[in-house]
Ligand binder design. Structure first.
Ligand code: GLA
Length: 404
């Protein structure tokens, strides 16, 4: 699990991490033996709400994420601080809080708990977390911090043998400590994506492939609606529960061992009466999104980015009408983007209920794109949305600063 930044660390990342190291010194008084790490966020292009239904997803890591400054201690204390939040935690490792409190540090703490379960005799650490990823925007700040914490603590403790171990620790922390019934997509995307590729992740068996996406032919933009929802507060878990009920109803006829991804659109239509209107709509989104995601993969393979984009836009309509995870702000952003010449497709990304849209567009359409989006949004909602063009990223890594 070494350095994977093929082109060498980016100057803006080096500058940001140098600032992070200075803050560490201010917070913890001493920065001897300090090590610095970066862990990316992710954006998902196809396969919305399929991961917890065993379906395929197509995310990619992005070049903004979480910063970590870590130093080993000689005693058994754990100190967690953030440049983004005020609360700090200081505890001894054999008396770690057993429940999440709703603080930001629940995420790294969940990972620490998971790691020290395996090796209770490790020494303490000081960990400062920060970053440049918008929090709660659907760009997976939570998986970025969880996978990154496991990766960074591996430097101090050596308890993760592989990226897969870091991913597993992150998943357990989010599901069992923080309490979000998240699927596997986010930590896999953070941990396993390569620059210039989309990750094809089959969430039934966790198998992955790297599908090339030529950045000279297409750009990825993300526009933030500014609407924030806390995933742990229910709306996401409610969708997971609805899908579980759909499967419970359909399973007797189909037998054990199926996941919702196995149910075709025609089967959903045939059995819509048994499901009732709401659950039939949820099942319709899942079945149609599975079909769209396979089609998007085929389109990407033959270089048909126009079709790929059209499938993204169709996914937005399905998320809005059948899965009901959109909000008016996201709908306006998606519709506005879809109407701009050179835009191939646009849809909400992440869980929805707020957060961002992701847009696939021709490189020549990038100029002026942000201003058009901001103009329309501002006149309707009275505030200016952030617009970013992301590059791909090579995943969690240690970053060494030039000693000069
Ligand atoms: C959130 C979850 C993911 C996934 C997406 C929807 O981001 O964390 O696991 O379910 O929503 O595709």
């Amino acid at each position: 699990m070494g350095e994977r930044d093929d082109e060498g660390p980016r100057p803006e990342l080096l500058a940001a991490l140098a600032g992070h190291a200075r803050t560490f010194r201010d917070v913890f008084a001493d920065a001897r033996g300090l090590r610095l790490f970066f862990s990316p966020g992710r954006v998902n292009l196809m396969g919305a709400h399929l991961d917890y239904n065993g379906g395929p997803v197509m995310p990619t890591a992005i070049d903004r994420g979480t910063f970590f400054a870590v130093r080993s201690r000689t005693d058994d204390r754990l100190r967690l601080a953030s440049t983004l939040e005020g609360e700090r935690l200081e505890v001894v490792l054999d008396a770690l809080p057993s429940r999440a409190t709703g603080a930001w540090y629940d995420y790294p703490l969940g990972v620490v708990r998971r790691l020290v379960e395996r090796a209770p005799a490790v020494r303490g650490v000081d960990l400062l977390v920060g970053g440049n990823l918008p929090i709660g925007a659907g760009l997976s700040s939570s998986a970025s911090i969880c996978v990154g914490t496991a990766f960074a603590l591996d430097a101090a403790w050596g308890l993760c043998g592989s990226m897969q171990d870091c991913i597993d620790a992150a998943l357990r922390a989010e599901r069992h400590f923080v309490g979000v019934q998240c699927g596997i997509m986010d930590p896999y995307a953070v941990g396993l994506t390569r620059p210039g590729h989309l990750l094809w992740l089959d969430c039934r068996d966790g198998s992955t492939e790297h599908l090339p996406l030529d950045s000279t032919k297409v750009a990825i933009a993300v526009v933030d609606s500014g609407v924030r929802r806390n995933l742990a507060r229910g709306a996401f878990n409610q969708r997971v529960e609805e899908c579980r009920r759909v499967l419970e109803i359909l399973r007797p006829a189909r037998g054990d061992g199926i996941v919702l991804r196995d149910v075709s659109l025609s089967e959903v239509e045939q059995r819509a009466g048994e499901l009732g209107e709401k659950l039939a709509r949820r099942a319709r989104h899942v079945a149609s999104e599975v079909a769209r995601t396979f089609e998007a993969r085929a389109a990407l393979g033959r270089g048909d980015l126009t079709r790929f984009g059209a499938l993204m836009s169709a996914a937005h309509a399905s998320l809005r009408d059948d899965y009901e995870v959109s909000v008016p702000e996201l709908d306006l952003l998606a519709e506005t983007a879809q109407g701009i010449p050179g835009v191939l497709g646009a849809r909400l990304t992440g869980a929805g209920f707020g957060g961002c849209i992701v847009v696939l567009l021709a490189p020549e359409a990038c100029e002026g794109f942000g201003a058009k989006m901001q103009g329309v949004f501002t006149s309707r909602f009275g505030r200016t949305p952030d617009v970013w063009f992301f590059r791909g990223d090579s995943g969690p890594r240690e970053v060494e600063l030039d000693p000069s």
